[in-house]
Design a binder for this molecule. Structure first.
Ligand SMILES: [Zn+2]
Length: 118
């Protein structure tokens, strides 16, 4: 596991965060939401995630089991991260690595996740 620090955010710049996570492997999920969004996800703990700007610009969307709080910018519509609870019951943050500044999208190993059947 290699933790690295990144900055990231939405498209218009209202939502901005600093995060430390391991992006060597990212999740490509096939659930009804992710397949439309196309996000590539890396996970981290809330203490490694700082929302620097945009708390008041976020709109929340939940579906299905409603465990994941999908948070998208209400100006540009980009979902750069989500908050939720992991299988172990702990709070976690799912970051869309496509929204990390200067992140090499060809670098990570992409791990398919069968979210459709979970
Ligand atoms: Zn935005």
């Amino acid at each position: 596991m290699t933790l690295q620090s990144y900055s990231g955010g939405c498209h218009c710049g209202k939502v901005h965060f600093d995060v430390t996570l391991d992006a060597a492997r990212v999740i490509s999920c096939n659930c009804s939401f992710c397949r439309k969004l196309g996000s590539l996800l890396a996970f981290t703990t809330p203490d490694r995630f700082t929302l620097a700007a945009g708390a008041d610009a976020l709109t929340e969307y939940r579906f299905n089991t409603r465990k994941i709080r999908h948070l998208f910018c209400n100006t540009c519509g980009v979902e750069s991260f989500a908050r939720g609870t992991g299988p172990d019951g702990k709070e976690m943050v799912a970051v869309n690595v496509r929204c990390l500044d200067d992140f090499d999208l060809d670098a990570p190993e992409i791990m398919p996740f069968d979210g459709k059947n979970h």
